[in-house]
Design a protein around this ligand. Structure first.
Ligand code: ADP
Ligand code: MG
Length: 477
């Protein structure tokens, strides 16, 4: 039986404020355990939380970044549960009135297309402390430094259909929050963690299968492995007549598997109720406008500008704008090759293919936008053919060439476009292939490609294809 995978992610992003969301304690990473937890974080009696105003512009910037609506009134709730790393016995979060509602992102996939993933909501909440198992025998240490750290939890719709898409989405969110400057995005330090909700269903059906939720995955590689493991496991269970239990699981990178952690709680189990110690917060248009003004150009705005300013297709513009670093590289290249259409196309097709193949991020690319731009302008000014340009790009890529112009000169790669030297060659090729020439004249015009191919071969790809086309046609008729 063929199965379809359905994935929705909940991503916890640590907002990069200096102090915690409800107290003045520092959020600095790496301090000695329990040196950065104050009375509020410890949940001591008689203290009250005060919201850190810094979390609002950051949450609003994210909301605007994904085209969501910003709630005019947002409010905090208590989510009650018992766990040693949660001193108050409840987490302050937003249940009924989250700050961000809706929105979507267009994520670039490896094949150069874009996929829309819808966002359900994003809400503010506090992080819990951390249980330390390794350093202790027969007991568990608790470090409350992280308790009260501000988080934005971003919940997606179940729109992803493979582990690869889920990773692309998580990477996109990571890039967006770091680009907006709302999080340091340091995954090794836990600044971005994913809960992967995974289910499968028979291909072609629309009803959702029962899902499991694999918690706290803190690297893209683990996310891919955890989802793939879970898909395999669910298939085995269903194909052997079993049923999936809705539960929370943990990914174990050492054994490359997920394991059940606890059966899924329902909202009822958490006894949510409005946080009585904090007032709802009103956000007005002026505040939203202020945040908007201080934001960098967003991928979707950039895409619109690219399409307009450079006359690119929507698809090219969106792919180029989706990664701000790629977008910068494109615009830097245009400074050196004024043919923006060619540049857009080459960045999207040739450059991206090589970056993906070698798993290099654009910011780590040794090839400068200047040399790349010069290469492309040599196509535009007809010094070289597109085919030769690809070869030169490979040479630049391997570090075998530094300067495009020197390389063209040294290897004698200039396009042959004077009819004086091409004409005798074409005549010779026609004379050598009388049968094909005869068939062409009798109407088999497809053979034009055969002759053009011969000329390109003879000139080692240096002939100007357009001109060869014309010359061959004239000579044959
Ligand atoms: P909860 O609040 O219990 O965690 P939600 O309905 O808010 O549940 O969903 C949490 C996440 O699970 C969302 O990202 C959602 O897209 C995803 N999700 C919900 N149902 C499924 C399903 N059947 N398969 C995969 N993902 C799902
Ligand atoms: Mg959840």
């Amino acid at each position: 039986m063929a199965w379809e995978t359905v994935i929705g992610l909940e991503i916890h992003v640590q907002l990069n404020t200096k102090s915690k969301i409800f107290s003045g304690a520092s959020t600095e990473f790496g301090a000695e355990p329990n040196t950065q937890a104050c009375a509020v974080d410890l949940g001591l009696p008689g203290v009250l939380p005060v919201v850190n105003a810094e979390v609002y512009p950051k949450a609003v910037a994210f909301g605007l970044g994904v085209g969501a609506s910003i709630s005019k009134i947002s409010a905090f709730d208590r989510k009650n549960y018992f766990y040693p790393d949660l001193p108050k016995g409840y987490q302050i979060t937003q249940m009924d009135k989250p700050i961000v509602l809706g929105g979507s992102v267009d994520i670039p996939l490896a094949d150069g297309t874009l996929k829309q993933v819808n966002i359900t909501r994003a809400h503010l909440e506090e992080d819990a402390g951390k249980s330390l198992h390794e350093e202790f025998q027969q007991s568990t240490g608790i470090d409350l430094n992280r308790a009260g750290t501000p988080l934005l939890e971003i919940v997606s719709e179940p729109d992803m259909r493979s582990a690869k898409e889920a990773v692309a989405y998580a990477k996109y969110i990571h890039q967006l929050v770091t680009y907006l400057g709302v999080s340091d995005g340091n995954m090794a330090e836990g600044s971005l963690r994913c809960d992967a909700n995974v289910s499968i269903r028979p291909s072609g059906t629309t009803e959702m299968g029962t899902r499991t939720e694999t918690k706290n995955v803190n690297s893209f590689r683990f996310l891919e492995r955890a989802i793939n493991f879970e898909v395999q496991r669910q298939q085995q269970v269903l194909e052997s007549g079993g049923r999936i239990v809705q539960e929370t699981r943990l990914f174990d990178p050492d054994r490359d598997e997920t394991r059940p952690m606890r059966s899924k709680e329902t909202a009822m189990d958490y006894r949510y109720f409005p946080e009585p110690d904090l007032l709802p917060v009103k956000i007005d248009e002026a505040f939203i406008a202020e945040v908007k003004n201080s934001m960098p150009e967003l991928p979707r705005e950039k895409a619109a500008r690219f399409a307009n300013q450079y006359q690119l297709t929507q698809a090219d513009a969106q792919v180029l704008a989706a990664d701000p670093d790629l977008a910068n590289y494109f615009e830097d290249t245009v400074q050196h090759c004024h043919d923006a259409k060619t540049t857009g196309n080459w960045v999207r097709v040739e450059l991206l293919a090589r970056l993906n193949r070698d798993d290099i991020h654009i910011t780590d690319l040794a090839l400068s936008a200047e040399q790349f731009g010069i290469l492309l302008s040599r196509i535009s000014d007809k010094t070289i053919s597109g085919k030769i340009a690809k070869d030169i790009l490979d040479a630049l890529w391997q570090g075998e060439a530094q300067s495009v112009d020197e390389y063209i000169e040294k290897n004698d790669l200039k396009q042959v476009s004077d009819s004086g030297s091409l004409a005798p060659l074409i005549e010779k090729i026609i004379a050598d292939n009388p049968k094909q020439a005869e068939q062409y004249r009798q109407g088999k015009t497809k053979l034009l490609g055969f002759f053009v191919g011969q000329v390109m071969k003879e000139t080692a790809g240096k002939a100007n294809p357009q001109q060869v086309n014309e010359l061959v046609r004239t000579k044959l008729s």
